[in-house]
Ligand binder design. Structure first.
Ligand SMILES: Cc1ncc(COP(=O)(O)O)c(C=O)c1O
Length: 394
């Protein structure tokens, strides 16, 4: 009945958000979302920071703020997040965003026109694919191995398709949990310069590492200003705060500032104050230690659950961090039918693989499992239920 814009015709509701609704049913064990654990939120600290901010600086915090973001927050971000990762930048390189989701949207706004080509990892984050679809952008998948994008295929696709941008989630990727090794990060920065291609580096999971060595972002190898680095506080403090950042060349930040003025004027001052204070009080490293310990145990339980309960021949990734395991069942399973039975009869949910691919058929055997939002006991029970269901079809 309504004459909606054509761009909305390309986009349907995110299957993950649909599955999140199921989490309202307390009987369902959901491995579907990408949420941090409720019990990870530092509620008392945040309460204290907010009380003090309102007492000491209430008028400024509650007033309109500047579009680029709360200055002490951007300073704290540079000092505590960007510099330790080897990224050289100053305030004019940073804008606060309303989550990385808005970072993706704004980078798209300022760089991409309908019909432009963007290279993406195969599979990749489905919400970004939704944004690209809405803008009529042509996504071309780059082949991946167990370490993420394959550089030979990347270069071949650059030469063939002349993409304007590469979208990459280099660390503990969503949905696979894979991490691009150092040499590939350097290579991407080189290719971006050589072929004048922008890189949207979406790195919200980099601080959730449970083993192995930390890796610098692609941005730290960028000599020519081709890389736009997106970070987020969603997975390390709380997604409800809706605080993220874009770090890029000042000329890009200026354009993005205009795009953000059209979108939401500025990100909430109060939640930027929370993140700034959290960093400036030196609380992040202790907090990360506590949550990574908790998530490591959950990851381990889920991997053990796959080994114990899933059909033999099941393949799965071995992430060193992040929130997800990517699983491929043997043979030709009907994942959609399995999901319906899992939810209705076994009261357990997951995300099917297809929406993460440009060619949905590539994901027909796959599913994404989130391990952060359930306790080890619940994960064990949920994996047992899923394993029984999956094993019964072979
Ligand atoms: C790769 C990736 N980018 C961006 C986001 C969105 O994060 P935010 O909550 O900061 O908008 C997510 C959330 O799941 C994600 O997995």
């Amino acid at each position: 009945m309504y004459n909606f814009a054509k761009r909305m015709g390309e986009v349907s509701a995110s299957p993950v958000r649909e599955i999140l609704k199921l989490m309202a049913d307390p009987e369902i064990i959901s491995f579907g979302g990408g949420s941090p654990a409720n019990e990870s939120f530092p509620i008392d600290t945040i309460q204290d920071i907010i009380d003090k901010a309102l007492q000491e600086n209430g008028h400024q915090v509650l007033q309109y703020g500047v579009t680029e973001g709360w200055k002490p927050f951007r300073e704290a971000f540079l000092e505590h997040i960007a510099y330790p990762k080897g990224v050289k930048a100053s305030l004019e390189n940073v804008i606060t965003t309303t989550g990385a989701t808005q970072g993706i949207q704004l980078a798209t706004d300022v760089f991409l026109d309908p019909g432009d080509v963007v290279l993406v990892e195969s599979p990749t984050f489905l919400s970004t694919l939704m944004v690209f679809k809405k803008y009529f952008i042509k996504c071309v998948p780059v082949e991946t191995d167990e370490h993420g994008m394959i550089m030979e295929d990347l270069e071949e696709k650059i030469k063939k398709h002349h993409p304007k941008m590469l979208y990459s989630i280099p660390t503990f990727q969503n949905p696979t949990g894979k991490t691009l090794p150092l040499e590939r990060r350097k290579k991407i920065a080189e290719l971006a310069s050589a072929y004048n291609m922008m890189v949207m580096e979406d790195d919200p999971y980099c601080d959730l590492r449970y083993k192995g060595e930390a890796l610098p972002p692609i941005k730290s190898f960028d000599q020519t200003g081709h890389v736009i680095l997106l970070n987020s506080f969603s997975k390390i403090i709380s997604p409800g705060l809706r605080v993220g950042t874009i770090l890029a060349e000042p000329e890009i930040i200026q354009k993005i500032t205009v795009a953000k003025q059209c979108a939401d004027t500025h990100t909430t001052n109060l939640t930027q104050v929370v993140c700034a204070e959290f960093l400036n009080r030196g609380l992040l490293s202790e907090h990360l230690k506590a949550i990574t310990q908790m998530y490591a145990a959950r990851l381990n339980t889920m991997q053990e659950g796959i080994k114990k309960y899933f059909p033999s021949g099941t393949e799965y990734t071995q992430p060193e961090g992040g929130l997800f395991i990517w699983t491929e069942l043997p043979g030709e399973p009907n994942i959609q039918a399995l999901l319906e039975r899992a939810v209705e009869q076994h009261k357990v949910a997951f995300v099917p693989g297809k929406p993460f691919y440009i060619n949905p058929e590539d994901g027909r055997k796959s599913l994404r499992l989130n391990f952060s939002s359930n306790t080890p006991e619940t994960i064990e029970e949920g994996m047992k239920r899923l394993g029984e269901l999956f094993s019964a079809i072979y």
